[in-house]
Design a protein around this ligand. Structure first.
Ligand SMILES: O=c1ccn([C@@H]2O[C@H](COP(=O)(O)O)[C@@H](O)[C@H]2O)c(=O)[nH]1
Length: 243
């Protein structure tokens, strides 16, 4: 079983490689994975991955690919070639698109002799609630129903797991089993602000519910003392693992 620390993914939502490197240097003894998302990647390009890898960071590349199958397949091959630990696509892109991502990733990892990255499907973003789903997006299902529908499709398409809010973890586990990876943002300790996250739970609750990995950004990176914040979150996760 993964230790609490190894389940914590810190979102490096900063503009520069220098800021990201400082966070990695401070936090790498306290967390398992660092997430490079569209802000840092679009600002610094793939070079930032090399820089963070050279510090020993394990990277979740969160670019949420969503396009036609051929384009996503080709892009997945490129992302796999960067040697990342995990990357993601939108489940809303459909089965053919997800299968193309998995196929390209498996083939590229094998031809470059790299470990195969985890390919993860984003379901309903954690900033979306029932009202937004229905009134703005025109989806006539509950958030939970929609998340489960997409999680099943991700599993059928060969993905390793999904991104979902902590609130849907139990039902995804029941539907997709214990080996399915559940990566969960929308994690907020009682002592931090919710910001734009709508479907949240505490670190202890998310781990208790069965999360594989927790993604936490601002509660750590915007804290006065990021190391102390990460340690508090890991301690809360450890409580959850005991239950
Ligand atoms: O549904 C999703 C998918 C991705 N994210 C990403 O996770 C982090 C969360 O950061 P916080 O500062 O802890 O809110 C961020 O990089 C998002 O892009 C998500 O929040 N929800």
């Amino acid at each position: 079983m993964l230790a609490a620390k190894d389940r914590l993914i810190v979102a490096l939502d900063v503009d520069t490689a220098q800021e990201a490197e400082m966070l990695v240097a401070q936090l790498q003894d306290h967390v398992g994975v660092f997430k490079v998302g569209m802000q840092l990647f679009n600002s610094e390009g793939p070079e930032v991955l090399k820089r963070l890898h050279s510090l020993g960071a394990r990277i979740f590349l969160d670019l949420k690919l969503h396009d036609i199958p051929n384009t996503v397949g080709q892009a997945s091959a490129v992302l796999t070639g960067h040697g990342v630990y995990m990357f993601n696509v939108h489940t809303a892109g459909g089965k053919e698109m997800m299968e193309a991502a998995v196929r390209a990733s498996v083939e590229t990892a094998s031809s470059l002799n790299l470990p195969r990255p985890l390919v993860i499907g984003v379901t309903v973003l954690t900033s979306i609630n029932e009202e937004i789903l229905r009134n703005e997006m025109g989806i006539d299902r509950t958030v939970e129903e929609q998340v489960v529908k997409w999680a099943k499709l991700a599993k059928e398409s060969g993905l390793n797991g999904v991104v979902a809010s902590p609130r849907e973890i139990r039902v995804i586990r029941e539907t997709c089993g214990n080996d399915f990876v559940i990566v969960t943002p929308g994690v907020r300790p009682a002592w931090s602000a919710k910001n734009d996250q709508k479907r949240v739970m505490t670190p202890k609750e998310a781990v208790e519910a069965g999360a594989s990995y927790l993604v936490v950004g601002r509660p750590i990176t915007a804290a006065n003392d990021p190391v102390e914040a990460a340690k508090r979150i890991v301690a809360e996760m450890e409580e959850g693992l005991k239950c």
